[in-house]
Design a protein around this ligand. Structure first.
Ligand code: AMP
Ligand code: MG
Length: 355
């Protein structure tokens, strides 16, 4: 069903910006859907305590019914409305990284609708740092359930334009707050398992950062970096089994040193001159490529944060060209670069050429 979508841009004017936030909060209170910026990616929010509103998120995104949502809070008190059995480890992580791009999984309170958690006994909670997100939650007066504001399977939105592309006419409002600071989704850490916390999704808050705050942190989930087809037990985070972040063209990763990867990609381009090819390159390598390809620079290999910031935007830019295949370089998988590579590997459906 078509919906009239209001699009409003936050410009930094305290009075008009607050009017926009209050208008959006009214929509959340009425059971509508609002897309809003966070420091990770844009979220598509609904009142987490309104099952009908939460159902609309799944419809608008075409999201599988068993992929649970993250509940967003604007003050630590709100955690008590959602979660039970909150451990000291969780409190230490909250003190260190909230507000910020860290999602924690807790056992849920009975009052949290099963629509949010997709019938799991647990609930994912995040306290975002982005001021627009925090004000929207605060003025709505409820936790806001929000997955990324894209159509399921597409690259996550890091600009309001991306939300417009995917969801215009399907949701009530889009708040345009410019480009998201981190560009990849939050780290998800599960605190409900026996033993040490488990990272279900890597992000800007790395294992190295968390292990400075709590002892015995954290083992990566056996699931977050494997091809879904190779799983023979159901993943703990149901979302892990679905295709993610995919551009329209086929994406193939080429691992190896920057120089070797660039040479191999050039050989592939020349071997198939009739195929329109794109290259996801880096600042250091972008001038090494055959100019018959559409070359996009994701940022410097020295600053993976820059590559994370640009990644989803560039994948969507390739969709606007006529490339049929995209080759991407590979970063060494350590710290934040490992989180960026996690998204790239999923976007490529784990197609990797080793050179
Ligand atoms: P997104 O849809 O991009 O916002 O991602 C939300 C992620 O959080 C998905 O991968 C979900 O599977 C994960 N998630 C949400 N709730 C839970 C939960 N209770 N247990 C495990 N993972 C969860
Ligand atoms: Mg998503």
């Amino acid at each position: 069903m078509a919906t009239q979508t209001i699009v409003k841009r936050i410009t930094g004017n305290a009075v008009t910006d607050m009017e926009i936030i209050l208008e959006a909060a009214e929509i959340i209170k009425r059971g509508g859907l609002v897309a809003f910026p966070t420091e990770t990616v844009y979220g598509l929010g609904a009142n987490a305590f309104n099952p009908q509103a939460v159902k609309k998120i799944f419809e608008a995104k075409g999201r599988p019914q068993d992929n649970p949502l993250i509940a967003h809070i604007s003050v630590l008190d709100m955690l008590d409305d959602l979660a039970r059995d909150i451990t000291f480890k969780a409190i230490d992580l909250a003190k260190a990284f909230w507000p910020g791009p860290l999602t924690m999984i807790f056992f849920k309170k009975e009052t949290v609708p099963d629509e949010v958690s997709c019938n799991l006994p647990t609930i994912a909670v995040r306290f975002p740092e982005n001021e627009i997100a925090r004000l929207l939650i605060e003025k709505s007066g409820v936790p806001v359930a929000a997955p990324s504001a894209n159509l399921s399977g597409r690259p996550s939105p890091t600009l309001a334009e991306h939300v417009i592309e995917d969801l215009y006419g399907k949701i009530d409002m889009i708040i345009d707050g410019g480009q998201c600071a981190h560009g990849i989704e939050s780290t998800i850490v599960d605190l409900t398992l026996p033993g040490q916390p488990v990272i279900l999704r890597p992000g800007s808050i790395t294992t190295e950062m968390m292990s400075k705050v709590i002892s015995e942190c954290c083992s990566p989930s056996a699931y977050f970096d494997v091809k879904p087809i190779e799983l023979n037990t159901p993943p703990k985070a149901p979302g892990m089994k679905y295709t993610h972040y995919a551009p329209k063209a086929k994406l193939i990763l080429v691992s190896g040193t920057a120089i070797k990867a660039a040479s191999a990609i050039n050989r592939l381009i020349r071997a198939n001159p009739s195929t329109k090819t794109g290259v996801l390159a880096t600042t250091e390598t972008k001038d090494l490529y055959d100019t018959s390809a559409v070359i996009k620079n994701a940022g410097s290999r020295e600053t993976p944060e820059e590559i994370g910031y640009n990644l989803f935007r560039i994948l969507r830019e390739f969709d606007k060209t006529d490339v049929e295949i995209i080759y991407s370089e590979f970063l060494e998988e350590e710290n934040f670069a490992a989180s960026v590579m996690n998204r790239l590997k999923k976007a490529a459906g784990y197609e990797i050429i080793n050179v």
